[in-house]
Design a protein around this ligand. Structure first.
Ligand SMILES: [Zn+2]
Length: 290
């Protein structure tokens, strides 16, 4: 085998996933065709259907704040650390410009929104990642915001709900981003030891360093239908192993079959499903046994 080709940088599989979202909208009518089934769709019918196609259930990617609207009770969410941002610790080429562009594109200052809210009346610490901000990648600010949220939840005896979407650690921050994996995992462990419930909702895609840290450490792991959940993406694995992977590899459905996650929950039912879990766990916090 030619070593050069073995280590040839494969095309990032997430680039393809993201480009699927670039739906061409008719500027006059606001209509477009579903990327899943090709059916012509009205913007309004997609909106009332939780941003999914009413014909084939194709899930459109939605921003972190819209997620919060779907899950938290109206007006209940109070954001923490809204101004915390990543800088450019390695003066990585073009990183500052990319951060500026991501802020413009997403309207967010960072790739995660953290705070407390109520879910059908149950108080809960919540974080929601945003794919529009550098594919939800985890740099220093994302790791710090999530860690601080867990610490707040532990101190205030609140459960944590995390909605994940991410391409993984943010390579432009090098080791600073990788250390966030250990830091967030430590905060999750302390929260768990104190008796706090942690529920994760994995959305498309959740990969890389985020999967290898806080995204897979939930007491209960939920996923959206069809969500890609894995560490390295399927195209990277195929190109490295030179093997064809089975259909649906790393989809939420296949990870459920493997016992990697606990349930797949459709978008319209997520709030009530999470509420039932909080109710079942007596509000999501119990005094630690040990
Ligand atoms: Zn469709």
């Amino acid at each position: 085998m030619n070593l050069k080709s073995l280590f040839k940088q494969p095309q990032n599989t997430l680039e393809g996933t993201e480009s699927e979202q670039n739906v061409k909208v008719n500027a006059k009518t606001g209509d477009f065709n579903c990327p899943g089934c090709g059916a012509p769709l009205l913007r309004t019918e997609v909106r009332v259907n939780y941003y999914s196609c009413p014909k084939c259930d194709y899930y459109f990617r939605i921003g972190g704040r819209r997620r919060l609207d779907f899950i938290c009770d109206k007006g209940s969410f109070k954001e923490f650390d809204a101004d915390m941002i990543s800088h450019d610790p390695l003066t990585f080429p073009n990183y500052s410009e990319k951060l500026d562009a991501a802020r413009q594109k997403s309207g967010e200052k960072e790739a995660v929104i953290c705070g407390v809210g109520k879910i059908n009346g149950y108080p809960c610490a919540v974080f929601s990642m945003d794919a529009n901000f550098m594919m939800g990648s985890m740099g220093a600010a994302v790791g710090e915001k999530i860690t601080k949220l867990f610490e707040y939840a532990t101190e205030n005896k609140l459960p944590v709900l995390g909605v994940t979407v991410s391409g993984g650690a943010r390579m432009q921050e090098g080791m600073v981003s990788l250390v966030q994996m250990a830091k967030t995992a430590g905060a999750v462990k302390k929260h768990s030891d104190a008796g706090g419930l942690y529920i994760v909702l994995l959305t498309n895609p959740t990969t890389g360093g985020v999967t290898a840290s806080f995204a897979m450490l939930g007491d209960i792991e939920l996923a959206e239908p069809g969500a890609l959940v894995g560490f390295a993406g399927p195209r990277v694995i195929e190109q490295t192993l030179r093997q064809k992977l089975p259909d649906g590899f790393q989809s939420a459905e296949s990870t459920l079959k493997c016992g990697y996650i606990d349930a797949i929950v459709e978008r319209p039912h997520q709030k009530n499903f999470i509420t039932a879990l909080l109710k079942m766990h007596n509000g999501g916090f119990c005094d630690a046994v040990n």
